[in-house]
Design a binder for this molecule. Structure first.
Ligand code: GLC
Ligand code: MG
Length: 582
């Protein structure tokens, strides 16, 4: 790392080619279908509801949507337990609605990414049902990880793996004659049996599922638990936490980030590439890895040229509110991905983590398990929102792509006082009363707020919502923020507008000399050098004076003399004389 001086900005990342394909700088908005818009009043969001609200996303200024699973499912893990990968759950609509959604989005200029859940099926999936009635050693069982138990009577699990959701990672099934039989592996809920990716039949089936959705016109897949598909074949006992977000550096677990996963992604990339129309980069279909992998260099393996296109940058999402920590993660991410020619995919929120407007209002000690309950220490809401706005403004100025999670554009906080009786996340129920207790992820999955004066705040036609909304969501509704200067929605629209207009996602990144232990400052310069913006985030208590330039956007009010106050990010357009020279 070079020393930063006022005259030679410290270049970390070169600008992308102006011809680079859409996904390298796309901003993709995650819709959690059950919580975005409900058309029929059953309290659960659905595809017709999404279709009706898509123009909102065009106006917000995003490039694409990613939809969490909408497939047929018994909903033991909110649809991440898929019973039929080729049809829509009746809760959400019908296959024709998915087709209409894809067409409508495309007409609005939005791409559509769907969720692929290949690590496990639902236990309701016909394959698993067949496996239950078939004998040990059969082809039906070989699609999953069935093993004999340990101990003289086989009544101990085959190894000591835990479920990510708490409890043991193995469940025992009865033999056809009713006597206790084999065990099957489930890294998540008991209703989510892991499939065996060494089995060619499994590989062929998921190829066919990819094609099914590619043929319907989807632009890509977000790949669930992408680091988990291949297990160490010896299934050895292990030590360490199974909690996905606690995956430590340098401790390779036998179920995570095994080198064999990369063969699968090479195979899928080849399938997707057959859909590219020669000479039309806009036709490229993409894969995005949900891989909780550290360090950044290891994560970049998922986005080598013949593998996936994107991988969520979870080290960035998990960074505490600290200037040096951001500087480190931004630089390590850009350098690792540059080494393989991939863009970096920034993200601050999703349906599995505490919303960042609340997360940043908690003590920043780095340990953030999911969920906050009414009797837990409560976040500082104003502080959290101020920092969340500053963090987003920083993120959207970084080169690469970014994912947004529904409602963050309104500054929605976590529901931190949800009554335990209404919790639905299996992690809550599986860990209750144990020393691995997790409150669960329901608090970040609360139905969206559109209109302050309507029952369910406009989420649906009536008052029904599958989880209760907190009162605070009323004042944060879209109609309360729309067109209001200083609102979080206006901030997001402005950020997305400037970002697209000035192609920040394609720009270079150089550290600026304002960077210090309390200030993060970088320059984003366009490839042709005609535009440089200075982005300053102040993590410290004292205001930071800005150099000469035009303030494009600020995440909060500046001081009376135009300095950047604490927990605020500013985008400043620098006069052309100060442009990057390298
Ligand atoms: C991923 C999903 C999460 C789900 C889990 C099991 O982490 O994002 O919501 O519970 O995989 O499919
Ligand atoms: Mg509905």
């Amino acid at each position: 790392m070079g020393r930063v001086s006022p005259t030679t900005p410290d270049l970390v990342h070169h600008a992308d080619s102006p011809e680079s394909p859409w996904w390298r700088d796309a901003v993709i908005y995650q819709i959690y279908p059950r919580s975005w818009a409900d058309s029929d009043g059953d309290g659960i969001g659905d595809l017709p509801g999404i279709i009706d609200h898509l123009p909102y996303l065009r106006d917000l200024g995003v490039d694409a949507v990613w939809l969490s699973p909408f497939y047929v499912s018994p909903m033991h893990d909110a649809g991440y337990d898929v019973a039929d990968y080729r049809d829509i759950d009746p809760l959400f609509g019908r296959l024709a609605d998915a087709d209409r959604l894809i067409d409508t989005a495309h007409d609005l200029g939005l791409k559509v990414v769907v969720d692929l859940v290949p690590n496990h099926t639902s236990s309701d999936h016909p394959w698993f049902q067949e496996a239950l009635t078939a004998p040990p050693g059969s082809a039906e069982r070989a699609r999953y990880l069935f093993r004999d138990g340990r101990g003289p009577h086989g009544d101990l699990p085959p190894n000591n793996w835990r479920s990510v959701f708490g409890g043991t990672g193995w469940s025992r099934v009865p033999n056809p004659d009713g006597t206790p039989g084999q065990w099957y592996l489930h890294l998540f809920d008991t209703t989510q049996p892991d499939v065996d990716w060494d089995n060619p039949e499994v590989r062929d089936e998921y190829d066919a599922i990819l094609r099914f959705w590619l043929d319907r016109g989807v632009d890509g897949f977000r790949v669930d638990v992408a680091h988990g598909l291949v297990k160490d074949p010896a299934l050895p006992d292990t030590t360490g936490s199974m909690h996905l977000t606690e995956n430590p550096v340098g401790h390779v677990m036998p179920m995570w980030d095994q080198d064999g996963v990369h063969d699968i992604y090479r195979r899928w990339r080849a399938v997707l590439d057959t859909y590219t129309i020669p000479g039309d980069p806009d036709s490229q279909r993409i894969l995005c890895a949900e891989a909780w992998v550290r360090p950044e260099e290891r994560l970049s393996h998922y986005v080598r040229p013949d593998e996936m296109h994107q991988a969520f940058n979870f080290p960035f999402l998990e960074t505490p509110w600290d200037s040096a920590a951001y500087r480190h993660v931004i630089e390590a991410s850009l350098r690792s991905n540059d080494a393989v020619g991939a863009p970096t995919t920034w993200v601050l929120a999703n349906h599995d983590v505490i919303r960042h407007a609340s997360r940043f209002g908690l003590p920043q000690d780095g340990q953030r398990r999911n969920g906050i309950g009414a009797h837990d220490p409560q976040p500082d809401a104003a502080l959290g929102l101020r920092r969340a706005r500053a963090a987003t403004a920083m993120m959207l100025a970084l080169p690469g792509g970014a994912y947004l999670y529904q409602g963050e554009e309104l500054g929605l906080p976590e529901h931190t006082t949800l009554p335990d009786e209404v919790r639905q996340d299996p992690t809550y129920h599986r860990t209750l009363g144990t020393d691995e207790f997790q409150r669960g992820r329901d608090g970040c999955r609360i139905p969206m707020t559109w209109r302050h004066d309507q029952p369910s705040f406009g989420f649906g036609p009536g008052a029904n919502t599958w989880l209760p909304q907190p009162d605070t969501y009323g004042d944060l509704a879209v109609d309360r923020q729309d067109g209001i200067p200083g609102s979080t929605l206006t901030l997001y629209r402005d950020l997305l507008h400037y970002r697209r207009k000035h192609r920040f996602g394609h720009g270079s990144l150089a550290w600026d000399s304002l960077t210090s232990t309390t200030v993060l400052a970088f320059r984003n310069t366009s490839g042709d050098g005609t535009r440089t913006a200075l982005i300053v985030t102040n993590f410290g208590p004292d205001p930071v004076a800005l150099p000469e330039g035009d303030v494009l956007i600020a995440s909060g009010p500046l001081t009376d003399d135009g300095a950047v106050p604490t927990d605020t990010t500013v985008w400043l357009r620098l006069p052309t004389t100060q442009e990057e020279t390298r």
